[in-house]
Write a protein of this length. Structure first.
Ligand code: MG
Ligand code: ZN
Length: 213
């Protein structure tokens, strides 16, 4: 019974996700579904990205948050359009939520929308929102065991950002085994090590965006 319900929910979601994807394609807007745990640095990465690329790419952000507008307020300071979605406790964004948010954006004026998903390594990966690619942020403080423990999100993501690389030396995070596990789960995944504090590695992320969008 439970399996049937889940199938129907995903079926309905996928239908709207396809409509979203079609609309984004028509409007020539590239969409990234940015996922990762709470505190992994998704919003910090977005702030850095907007500050560095907003003259090259016309960007907007859709911010998924459980209850607050804290992340959206951080993005708003950078003068790009930002649409807040409060999931009222819901642990992921789905395609209908992104559809409603996109209705408030001028898609003709955009090259790129980054959707910051709710902080969670599990179900955001199960819900297609109509994105072109998924990206996952994994911070050094979360531990190198996370790729094997939450394989789906890494399997689904075109790129994994290993964030907070500046504090690697203070932790027991094994970079080599994390890289190995990521590649085992997803042979084609692009791995970028970054620090939003020191800016280390961010140039590789920007280069990836400029080449991909
Ligand atoms: Mg955030
Ligand atoms: Zn969920």
């Amino acid at each position: 019974m439970k399996v049937e319900v889940m199938k129907n929910i995903l079926g309905e979601n996928d239908k709207i996700a396809e409509e979203n994807r079609k609309l984004f394609k028509e409007k020539k807007v590239f969409v990234i579904n940015l996922m990762g745990s709470p505190g992994s640095g998704k919003t910090s990465l977005l702030e850095r990205t907007i500050a560095n690329l907003k003259d090259k790419l016309k960007m907007a952000v859709i911010e998924g948050d459980l209850f607050t507008a804290k992340d959206a307020e951080r993005i708003e300071r950078h003068n790009v359009p930002v649409i807040q979605i409060n999931t009222a406790g819901g642990c992921h964004l789905d395609a209908p939520m992104v559809k409603r948010a996109a209705e408030s954006l001028d898609l003709d004026a955009l090259d790129l929308i980054i959707v910051e998903n709710v902080g969670n390594l599990v179900c955001p990966a199960e819900f297609d929102v109509g994105e072109n690619i998924k990206a996952v942020v994994l911070s050094i403080t979360e531990g190198d065991d996370k790729p094997l423990k939450y394989p789906l999100i890494f399997k689904e993501s075109a790129v994994a950002i290993l964030n907070k690389i500046d504090i690697l030396k203070f932790t027991n995070f094994n970079l080599e085994s994390a890289r190995e596990d990521l590649t085992t789960i997803h042979p084609d995944i692009k791995i970028i090590e970054t620090s939003c504090t020191t800016a280390e590695g961010l140039d590789k992320w920007y280069e990836f965006l400029l080449n991909t969008v």
